[in-house]
Design a protein around this ligand. Structure first.
Ligand code: ZN
Length: 252
């Protein structure tokens, strides 16, 4: 009996482990160069890192106002490698600071630049994950997005990767020596902990583990540490799936 129970428990754990899936998403592409690396270097390192990690389809939520000729070339390079491009607005505004009409016009401006790119998906991610300060505003923008044929590029796992990247770049700009090994370990540990935390929240509310969407940014830490992050997630029982697969989860 005890052996049977243990076998059942092992089978359950294996099922649970298989169910932990996430896709990678990178916001704010194509970001400017920093103290740590120029933008084009970041893109090429990120592409190599994704390939090494076996990530065949991540999604880049782009801001069209960042997309000058070099930035557009970067988005095309991501798409050529099999990744997706989606809409993160033209100017990265806060909805709480704007009327819905102006906000939707900003999304439409980004759509005009991004839609013709290969790998484009009509998914919109709210800058700052800010869906507005009133239900009326939220509903007006949701209706406008639906009228444009857009789905929500929601996230299920939020992280502070942007803050770690920010303080690392501040230190680099000051000329401080950075302990890259410790920085990478912090980045990886913080994101894996976030993934596990939000999976717990999701499982408590849904009774299952959905196909998650992990929020990252097109930043220097991603360019440097994606293979380590992917390895740590896999070691923790996660499987990295395509963005298309994640956004096909019933919660979408
Ligand atoms: Zn953003």
């Amino acid at each position: 009996m005890r052996i049977i129970t243990m076998a059942l428990a092992a089978a359950f754990l294996a099922t649970a482990a298989e169910a932990r899936e996430l896709a990678l998403s990178f916001d704010d592409a194509p970001r400017r160069g920093t103290a740590l690396m120029p933008g084009p270097d970041r893109a090429s390192r990120l592409l190599v890192g994704l390939e090494r990690a076996g990530v065949t389809q991540a999604v880049f939520f782009a801001n069209s106002n960042r997309a000058d000729d070099e930035g557009l070339a970067r988005l095309r390079a991501y798409a050529a490698a099999g990744h997706l491009i989606a809409n993160h607005s033209a100017t990265h505004p806060h909805l709480r600071d704007m009327a819905p009409e102006a906000y939707l016009a900003d999304i439409a401006a980004a759509d005009r630049v991004l839609r013709s790119l290969p790998g484009f998906r009509p998914w919109f991610r709210f800058p700052f994950l800010d869906e507005g300060d009133t239900p009326a505003k939220r509903d007006a923008v949701r209706a406008g997005l639906a009228a444009m044929g857009y789905a929500q590029g929601y996230v299920t796992i939020d992280t502070y990767d942007w803050y770690i990247d920010h303080i690392a770049n501040e230190a680099a700009a000051r000329g401080d020596a950075l302990n890259m090994e410790a920085l990478g370990a912090l980045y990886v540990e913080a994101i894996v902990a976030s993934a596990n935390f939000y999976d717990g929240v999701a499982a408590a509310h849904l009774g299952r583990s959905p196909r998650h969407v992990l929020l990252l940014h097109e930043n220097d830490l991603a360019a440097m540490f994606i293979p380590q992050l992917a390895a740590a997630l896999q070691a923790d029982g996660w499987r990295i799936v395509s963005a298309d697969a994640a956004y096909a989860d019933p919660i979408a």
